[in-house]
Design a protein around this ligand. Structure first.
Ligand SMILES: C[S@@+](CC[C@H](N)C(=O)[O-])C[C@H]1O[C@@H](n2cnc3c(N)ncnc32)[C@H](O)[C@@H]1O
Length: 203
């Protein structure tokens, strides 16, 4: 799936509204201090972070799609936001980030990453002591969600208990998760239901 192809049409009303709900869920799940630095992994066009940037000192937004980062950069200039820093990077392949964050969050990205444990370890390394990780992703489903993307080769959502055990293995503590969002999507004229969970943990 090449996200470059979707970047220009990514910001639909449906995604904008969902991102607001996701951002509210993240900010209500953790205690954010105004001097915290955050990182959004797989930020896309920044839909989630545009609802959160006023709560943080700085947000570093990382994405491996140049198309997504270009759209995000133009929105940052348009809205004159000065604490959102973009980084065109695939941290599952390299780690050129020489910094630590108080909070790392991601939304609808983890199911695209083949090696879940490796990326969770990377998050652990990049967090400050006691830092928060917030993962928002799809609950386990039957593959319908990505049916119209024949080249999708990621995970069909996650079983929360299995994901939790990966976080425990990596060393995370205080892990909590719950499903907070239910929606439907029309795929090939068929209505499919899906849900999202938030899993939060501390280093
Ligand atoms: C489904 S989109 C979600 C975008 C955004 N989080 C949102 O909720 O609107 C997944 C995003 O993850 C990015 N992505 C996928 N694999 C990545 C990787 N290894 N490193 C960084 N970004 C990645 C894609 O380029 C894409 O922008």
């Amino acid at each position: 799936m090449s996200f470059d192809d979707y970047a220009k049409t990514w910001d639909t009303d449906k995604r904008i509204n969902r991102a607001k709900i996701i951002a509210d869920k993240i900010s209500n799940s953790i205690e954010i201090s105004k001097d915290y630095s955050a990182m959004e992994f797989g930020c896309g066009t920044g839909l989630v972070s545009f609802n959160l940037y006023k709560k943080f000192k700085k947000i570093t937004l990382i994405d491996s799609s140049k198309g997504m980062i270009d759209i995000l950069n133009s929105k940052i200039s348009q809205y004159k936001v000065n604490n959102m820093i973009t980084n065109y990077l695939d941290i599952s392949l390299e780690n050129s980030l020489d910094m630590k964050f108080n909070v790392i969050y991601n939304s609808m990205v983890l199911h695209h990453i083949h090696n879940t444990e490796a990326i969770v370890k990377k998050f652990y390394e990049l967090l400050c002591k006691d830092g928060y990780l917030c993962i928002v992703d799809l609950d386990e489903e039957d593959g319908s969600f990505h049916k119209k993307y024949p080249d999708f080769d990621g995970h069909n959502g996650f079983n929360q208990e299995k994901l939790k055990s990966i976080l425990i293995n990596v060393g995370f503590k205080d892990i909590e998760s719950n499903t907070f969002f239910h929606d439907e999507k029309i795929i090939e004229d068929k209505k499919i239901n899906y849900s999202l969970f938030l899993m939060k943990a501390r280093k």
